[in-house]
Design a protein around this ligand. Sequence first.
Ligand SMILES: *Cc1c(COP(=O)(O)O)cnc(C)c1O
Length: 545
Amino acid sequence: MLTKLVDPDQLEDTVLSESHYHNRGHGLSTDEEFVSINKYQIPQKGLSEATTYSILHDNLSLDGNPTLNLASFVNTFSTQQVRELIAENISKNLADADEYPTLVDLAQRDVSILGKLWNADSDEKPTGTATTGSSEAIMLGGLALKKRWQAKRKAEGKDAYRPNIIMGSNAQVALEKFARYFDVEARLIPVSPASDHVLDVSKIEEQVDENTIGIFVILGSTYTGTFENVLKVSDLLDDIQKRKGFDVPIHVDGASGAFVAPFVFPDLKWDFRVKRVHSINTSGHKFGLTTAGLGWIIWRDASYLPQELIFKLRYLGSVEESYNLNFSRPGFQVIHQYYNFIHLGFKGYKSIHSKSLANARILSNSLEKSQYFEVVSNIHRKKGVLTYDKPQIDDNIKIQGKDANEFNEGLPVVAFRLSREFRKQYPNIPQAFISTLLRKQGWIIPNYPLPTSESHTEILRVVVRIELTADLLNRLIKDIIQAVEVLIKAESLYGAASHATAGSAEQRNFLYQLLSSIASNGDDYNEDAKKEHLKHHHSTFKGTC
Ligand SMILES: *Cc1c(COP(=O)(O)O)cnc(C)c1O
């Protein structure tokens, strides 16, 4: 009988130990043997550099192609010149201020450039730091909110034991991580179609109390790319303060959007122009266009950063202040960031991000025009229009070449799902299978459920980055449509075969589950989607009986 679970590593070991490789003892006859024996332990005697390089090079080339990975916000583009600069500076440690004063100076220039891009007040002194990514930056931002709240509570002679922080349930994991790691209650406001799948401003007030240390507002939801409305949240909090006395600060999680909005949507007020915004984080390695390993956090003024978070280190006769979770870390990303600022300039960033947004609109419109899909994200719709509406599709196409400011603001992200008509006509086709078929062509396009309150809705998501050129975009659209047509064809074969029994609900459900299981690599696919599917089928079943 076949065993259910075969451990491929163990299988390989067994086959090897029976083979002549093993019987030849410890003589390292081939590199393959060497590596398979020493996969998980350090070898006594190492390999030559050339062999080591070639083994690792060959192995790593099996990884996906970063350009076709449309699942990630993280930049994968760099030029020969910048890679040279990186190579020259790869061994510099950002924590070593004594040794690398120029590097430290560049980090300060980056912070100052970002502070100005985010419209810091001229009478305030923006203060910030480089981090390994937005996650570390969010920990620092959250901690500053917590410490300030604690200090205020103590000064008022009140307890400071039960801090809470508010965010939408669409929050990226880093925001919830902050709450859990630093003992702050996370108050997650459920998203809904009515809130456009982001923070529901109408539900904030019921969550605010004297223990609220702040609110995380996300500029660019990871699910749909939609910007949360910082100004509207701020106005509401002003009103709450007037009526109830709670003074709730805002931290903007601009991991993606804080590098898009200043260039493409300069009139949108989400940054330090909004007084309630204490701090902003962003990822240099997303739309800041550096390689992975760089984030930023900036407070609107040095006074918003509690002194107890700052460590003072002596260096070159002066004192270097540091506020980070990490100490040693590579410094080349900071150089890459500065390189981008002075090489691309404002116009360069604006042109790159505008183009990505334009490409995202073309993709959105093509998907809707095909009638197979409806698009959940909104950047291809005229400003103020937030829902899918079939008669609008041709209007959207007519205006698609216009300035990004004519449309809803957001990230160059296309979140889409099978259209209602399609789902009705082909209820046995799981959306996840489209992702599986596209993988065959090299594309990585994830299919996943929206946050808990809407987890019965699954979306496919494409992040449009600088490398998705017009040619690639063309191929992508073709491949997506083709994937759907392959599935329609397969479904029609099944339909013909089961015609005699008219395809009972059980059979149809079996087909859906079979396809879903293959699509999810044998893992149990989204439980909520399964329930929803069963529910749907129950009603059809009753209807046809
Ligand atoms: C990517 C992302 C993060 C985490 O950023 P890293 O730079 O990967 O640590 C946090 N919030 C949002 C909204 C993001 O998109």
